[in-house]
Write a protein that binds this ligand. Structure first.
Ligand SMILES: [Zn+2]
Length: 220
């Protein structure tokens, strides 16, 4: 049984403005790599956006992926609804201008469930982001992770130089083949403060990461 709306006919409604943001885009990916980005969409009137579809378009305006908002509100925001999307990097190197586009939704396009905002028309919006595809790894980077205080090796520490990642062995050493370039190195281990360092890789190199133990709250 359908419920009748008592508000103005849908056709006379002015579409709400929407805005799209994209984040968690990797700083670089290797050719053909699968990677994830996060898409957020907000209605200017803060409608709850559920099942709103969006498309991801490459530099030739070809749709390469799509998705729909789950209705999950991004924590700390009043109306930003998010979705994770998995994408595949282009096969060639370069910086590619991709975009996310949320099409306009006509009046009455809301799905059953009568969410606030369902059926209200929304204007289209889009946002661009860059996909940097780098050559295959050519430099060997060695990372030695140690406890800052005791200088003992830290095994099992997670090492990230996006898009590359590794885990240290029992000697506290991780080795990664990376493309030449500028990265931010992160080394993390349970109970330690994450170590971060900008690194400029031009050749094989070794870096030492000294991690300090996280402060433990004092007991009363
Ligand atoms: Zn709205």
């Amino acid at each position: 049984m359908e419920q009748l709306e008592t508000s103005a006919p849908a056709s006379t409604l002015t579409p709400h403005a929407t805005s799209v943001v994209v984040w968690d885009v990797p700083s670089a990916v290797v050719p053909g790599e699968r990677f994830r980005i996060r898409v957020g969409v907000k209605c200017a009137d803060e409608c709850r956006l559920v099942n709103h579809e969006f498309g991801i378009y490459d530099d030739r305006a070809t749709q390469v992926a799509g998705g729909a908002l789950s209705g999950q509100l991004w924590p700390g925001t009043t109306g930003l609804y998010v979705a994770d999307v998995e994408l595949e990097a282009p096969a060639g190197e370069g910086l590619f201008a991709w975009s996310v586009r949320i099409p306009s939704t006509p009046p009455g396009a809301g799905l059953p469930g009568a969410e606030p905002g369902a059926g209200i028309p929304h204007a289209e919006s889009s946002a661009g982001f860059g996909v940097r595809v780098v050559s295959q790894p050519e430099c060997l980077v060695t990372i030695e992770a140690v406890d800052e205080a005791t200088q003992t090796p830290l095994s099992g520490a997670r090492v990230v130089m996006h898009p590359y990642r590794a885990v240290t062995d029992e000697r506290g050493v991780a080795m990664m083949r990376v493309a030449k370039g500028t990265y931010r190195l992160f080394v993390s281990q349970t109970r330690y403060v994450t170590f971060g360092l900008p690194v400029d890789v031009a050749a094989d190199m070794t870096t030492r990461a000294e991690l300090s133990v996280e402060p433990v709250p004092e007991r009363n």
